[in-house]
Design a protein around this ligand. Sequence first.
Ligand code: UD2
Length: 309
Amino acid sequence: MRALVTGGAGFIGSHIAERLVRTGHAVRVLDDLSAGKRANLAAVAGDVELVVADVRDAARVDELARDCDVIFHEAAIVSVPYSVEHPIQTNGVNVIGTLNVLEAARKQGVRRVVFACSAAVYGEDPAQPKTESMLPSPVSPYGVEKLASEHYLAAWSRLFGLETVSLRYFNVFGPRQDPSSPYSGVISIFVSRFLAGQPVTIFGDGEQYRDFVYVDNVVDANLAAATRDGISGRAFNVGCGRRTTLNQLVAILGHITGRAVLPRHEAPRAGDIRESLADISRARRELAYEPRIDVDEGLARLVEDVRRG
Ligand code: UD2
């Protein structure tokens, strides 16, 4: 197939682009390089058409969707706190960007759009694990934007027969996730600190948990979402279905790196949810999704990758 990956020079998008190339597909990437990097596509640079463009530019998106069978829509501003500070800007990228993708797909006869949604749509509802049938109640602009996008997908599926699939990512981790911002994923921060022999900070008592999912599993889910029949208009949780507390994370990293790091504890971060766990039975049933790489194995691979540089 011929695929367009928006945000394809970013963390998750570049892994999707790389897998597509390695499995024989033609890949075009749209990325404004605001968070993405050319270097993220270095391994497949000769086989990917990288177009530096903004997903808010409807005409450009339309042009790039031409002749594509599938669009993987990963382009977004991904920081929850940033969305609180700059909601007009994040709405522009995260919602108008999605509308541009849907309109381009419809006009250009693209068969299917697979969308990078988020567990942020669930908000603070304490019920665990999260199932897709729960009523979403996002508490951040970012979560609202992801949910609005998901509704647009489902509407475009009903209105125009465009095939759409929304994947609600939980806490994705892996190589190329940028550890440099204070809002970076906790695993990217902890791994770089462990390997540098620096202390880590846990916000709260460390008993809060997340459903951490290695990026290769997320790529598997995307490929299944692009190809399975009978799932148009649907949303799926993408996690491992396993909870890991931050204290457990520190222990696992200590084991893998052979370094004992005593975490510092600070007050819980404002606005943090305490727990997040995915029920992945719908993805198992309808996408034949199975997280092949568990958290321990994913962490080992990430440590190896960061060590190699
Ligand atoms: C994740 C997503 C976010 C959104 C949200 C929805 C990432 C990076 N972010 O946010 O985009 O989808 O889920 O619920 O996947 N922590 C520390 N020390 C640190 C950094 C973090 O203790 O140095 C804690 C933090 O307070 C939180 C946990 O680690 O309790 C996870 O934080 P995170 O920023 O990795 O991810 P999260 O779940 O807030």
